[in-house]
Design a binder for this molecule. Structure first.
Ligand SMILES: [Ca+2]
Ligand SMILES: [Ca+2]
Ligand SMILES: [Ca+2]
Length: 262
């Protein structure tokens, strides 16, 4: 006769198998939005969007099919201020390194009429972290155009958020999760050799004044927004962050439970 302990063990195993059967269809799948803001340190001349904070940065992007008419709704945009920073946390999902870009950041740059190679950009440095403590910065650069071009040229900038116009909007059917059509600036964890992340931090690139940041090229990052930086909307204006490739975080926790049981 089986002991009560053995019967209880089999019941537990059946429960766990049933749990995994429910969970497996969800694995490796759903796209996700951030669950919360874990840090916000506005720089000077911020304020725009703070009346709707944090909801203004936790939803889908609110772009426009016309890249010369970006979102300027303070209920959907948060200005970081000069040199300000913000960290978005994904609690329910890991952002994982899948094929191609893994997450996209949406600011509200606008494209001058008739010049798709140009952008009125207010840029931010992007960093990622698995635990909120150890950070890895996405490689970036800025090359001052000198006398050969203008700061509006998108080719001056690489690896920074805030460069490309936003097209996706819940009302226009353009998916926020398809970087081929969404607009915004998409990033690939392959660029930093990571398999997953959970926190994304954006740091406004400051000005050519006291908050200046020197790019690897040796140039001080001088995005076009530096020339026109009026309060309360100075610096990078965050609209949304979306995760393209994810896996449920709860699965990892449950996997630990399973190993304990074994
Ligand atoms: Ca990837
Ligand atoms: Ca802007
Ligand atoms: Ca701004």
């Amino acid at each position: 006769m089986e002991s009560q302990k053995t019967q209880a063990g089999r019941g537990g195993a059946r429960l766990i198998i049933a749990f995994w059967a429910t969970l497996l269809p969800c694995l490796g799948g759903a796209q996700a939005l951030p669950d919360r803001v874990s840090q916000f340190s506005p720089g000077p001349d911020a304020g725009f969007g703070q009346s709707a904070f944090p909801g203004c940065v936790l939803g889908l992007p609110t772009g426009n099919v016309d890249p010369t008419q970006p979102c300027q709704d303070p209920s959907r945009i948060l200005s970081l201020g000069t040199g300000g920073s913000i960290t978005l946390a994904f609690d329910n999902n890991w952002i994982v390194n899948g094929p191609g870009p893994d997450f996209t950041i949406f600011e509200n740059p606008f494209q001058p009429v008739g010049f798709p190679d140009q952008s009125f950009a207010e840029t931010a440095i992007v960093s990622v972290s698995e635990d909120g403590t150890t950070w890895t910065t996405i490689p970036y650069n800025f090359v001052d155009p000198g006398t050969t071009g203008g700061l509006l040229q998108k080719s001056c900038y690489s690896g920074l958020a805030g460069l490309n116009a936003v097209y996706s909007n819940p009302s226009n059917g353009i998916s926020a999760y398809n970087p081929a059509v969404s607009g915004g600036d998409a990033f690939d964890l392959t660029s930093v050799g990571l398999t997953r992340t959970r926190f994304i931090r954006l740091t406004d690139t400051g000005t050519t004044g006291p908050t200046q940041i020197q790019a690897p090229s040796g140039s001080i990052i001088n995005d076009y927004g530096n020339a026109l930086n009026p309060p309360p909307s100075a610096g990078f204006d965050l609209n949304a962050v979306v995760a393209i490739h994810t896996s449920p975080r709860s699965a990892s926790v449950r996997r630990e439970d399973w190993e304990l049981y074994e």
